[in-house]
Design a binder for this molecule. Sequence first.
Ligand SMILES: [Zn+2]
Length: 251
Amino acid sequence: MMDHQETLELLPAFADQELGIVEAQEVQRHLDSCADCQREYAAQRIVSARFKKEAVYFDAPPHLAHRISSALPPEPVRAGSRRFSWMSLGGALAAGLALVWSLGLYLNLPSDQERLTDEVVASHVRSLQVDHLSDVVSSDQHTVKPWFNGKLDFSPPVVDLAPQGFPLVGGRLDYLAGRPVAALVYRRAKHPINLYIWPSNERDAAPQLQNHQGYHLVRWTWDGMNYWTVSDLAANELDNFVGLVRSTVRQ
Ligand SMILES: [Zn+2]
């Protein structure tokens, strides 16, 4: 006598009349006495009929889809779980990136310029704290400019502004925006001024003044170079310094 589970598994073939006579009789015998299998058989015949009529496309009823998936041999546990974890890891990463991206838009996280502003101020403060304003100490632009030779892949313009009240103190290598930059050091009375210079792909841009953590910063772009200067000088004095640098560099 065929049991319930065996009959269920054979019902699709039975509905499609694909069973041998002996098996078909056994299925029929169980079917006569089992209401569950009768319902399943009725569903199978509907599916079977629709499948024949619509040739390829048909909507599997939910219970059939479930039966198909549960009838499939189980995948090896390790392979299955590994694929599942990679898939869920990929999904989690994608979801995380989407979240970070949308949070960035929402919270207005720092732009490149804002990050650079932080870096410039941090560099300025560090140069004062460790008393390491200059690697080359000279008020002579013709000493400071050649000092950068071989240390940078560009030659920064170095101007002396001593006659205008901003004597050159020296220069050093620094690191901003992920690259080595030239740092020129000037003074106005007792106020040190750092002037950072590095190559730029950007178009010329007029000076922009900003206030950050009690320091004044002015940045501009000219002739393929970025200029950032920072000091605790008053804004109008730093602006004066910038005007002198710009007019002297252009000469
Ligand atoms: Zn049954």
